[in-house]
Design a protein around this ligand. Structure first.
Ligand SMILES: [Fe+2]
Ligand SMILES: [Fe+2]
Length: 441
């Protein structure tokens, strides 16, 4: 089938094209910077059948230079050009593609390589995965062909394309889908990682602005958080998820530095209908932030780490599952056996995700494992094991205090808390939290 050169300075498009070509032709294309770079390779490999190139790279008239070289040396190479080309050069060496349309570029490339299109159509039937409609509002452009799922009269599904990859001008219509109650769009499974790469880049741009209103910051973070968690469980910490994690931590810090956690951030969170896990992450973060700045100066340098634990610790739990902090509560909630096991083991399983991730502080995984009081990360021992680490104890006491606060709304039952947490460190933490949160109203 021959070899292929790609000259493309848009890294996203380059990776889509390379993946598409590899998938259907089993050829690993050679990426090259510009015309000169490609000609150096043509001198060694004059039999190259196809060059996919942008019409111009910077000031380099890439397509024109290559065409002249191919003609002059009578090479069998054909060009598929991304973007407009000088007409005087248009002959059989060219198939001009639409600007940036990767499907068109691939389609023309397959024609050049004599790959039967029926074959491709057959193989092109891919699985669809859902993406929350609400997160499209953060995107600058549509990063993947996007479909809505409809039902045929016989009950089977079919997918109708509503956006093309690269669309920029249709983002306002997203709102109308949301208003119509379309909760999920669908994309091809093979586009999923690229989709979330673009999503995380767009989030970074929004969240790094210092002066966005608090409500907008929290709404964006809540959507980011609820997107991040199931993806981490599914993929582990791939780079776009590490980027989302960094964005969540730095944005939480901006919120806490620019606004008083008590009462501002806390009361804003109370007002909104955020997921329990996001609300708990923000309130834990606010509590650690203030503990570190008040009586517990030894915690000051540990705040980032504890906020990181707050993000990950219940990552495998959904909905109200994360509210369970004791075996009695677990039994009363009457989950089925599979769910019960997930809840019992969630601390251990969340710790496993971080165990070999050297970009994160070493003891983060340990604190996550111990956040319900046992070294194994299984179960909810009361009282917690005395031998768990100091930061694990800080985390555990803070989370128990917060839960008591959510449930009682008014006055946390300090006696009840002190009964289940019998060491001095716990008493100190919950007494200080009591003082901090008494200013919340
Ligand atoms: Fe938790
Ligand atoms: Fe937990």
């Amino acid at each position: 089938m021959g070899q292929i050169i790609i000259i493309e300075d848009n890294q996203g498009l380059l990776s889509v094209l390379s993946t598409g070509l590899k998938k259907y032709t089993n050829i690993e294309p050679f990426p090259r910077e510009d015309a000169e770079d490609a000609i150096d390779l043509l001198k060694i490999l004059p039999g190259i059948k196809l060059i996919i190139t942008k019409n111009k790279i910077g000031n380099d008239e890439t397509a024109k230079i290559l065409c002249e070289y191919i003609k002059k040396n009578n090479l069998p190479t054909k060009l598929v050009v991304n973007g407009p080309v000088n007409e005087s050069l248009g002959d059989s060496h060219f198939i001009v593609s639409t600007d940036g349309d990767y499907e068109q570029i691939l389609f023309n490339s397959f024609k050049v390589l004599n790959i039967p299109l029926d074959d491709i159509r057959k193989r092109n039937i891919t699985d669809y995965v859902s993406v929350k409609t609400s997160i499209y509002k953060y995107l600058d452009f549509i990063p993947a062909d996007t479909f809505i799922r409809l039902k045929k009269p016989d009950g089977s599904d079919y997918y109708l394309r509503c956006y093309h990859h690269g669309d920029k001008d249709k983002l306002e219509s997203i709102e109308s889908y949301i208003t119509q109650g379309v909760e999920n769009f669908f994309i091809h499974e093979e586009d999923e990682v690229r989709f979330y790469n673009v999503f995380s880049d767009c989030l970074t741009q929004i969240l790094e602005i210092q002066h966005i209103p608090l409500k907008k910051r929290l709404d964006t973070m809540a959507d980011a958080y609820d997107t991040f968690s199931p993806l981490v469980v599914k993929w582990g910490l791939i780079s776009c998820l590490v980027q989302m994690y960094d964005d969540l931590i730095s944005s939480a810090k901006i919120a806490l530095e620019m606004h008083h956690f008590i009462p501002m951030v806390y009361s804003q969170i109370e007002k909104e209908n955020y997921s329990y896990n996001f609300k708990n992450f923000m309130n834990l973060s606010g509590a650690f932030f203030l503990l570190g700045r008040q009586n517990f100066s030894d915690l000051f340098k540990e705040v980032d780490k504890l906020m990181g634990v707050a993000i990950f610790h219940d990552i495998r739990l959904k909905g109200q599952q994360a509210m369970i902090l004791s075996l009695r509560e677990l039994r009363e909630a009457k989950y089925n056996a599979i769910e019960e096991e997930i809840i019992l083991d969630h601390a251990r399983d969340a710790a496993e995700i971080l165990k070999d991730e050297y970009a994160f502080p070493l003891d983060m995984s340990k604190i996550i494992r111990e956040h319900h009081g046992d070294h194994s990360g299984i179960g909810f021992p009361i009282p917690p094991k005395e031998t768990i680490g100091h930061l694990s104890k800080v985390f555990l006491a803070t989370e128990m205090f917060l839960k008591e606060l959510y449930e009682t709304k008014d006055t946390p039952d300090m006696e009840k808390l002190q009964k289940s947490l019998n060491e001095d460190i716990y008493k100190k933490i919950i007494n200080q939290l009591y003082l901090i949160f008494s200013g919340r109203k």
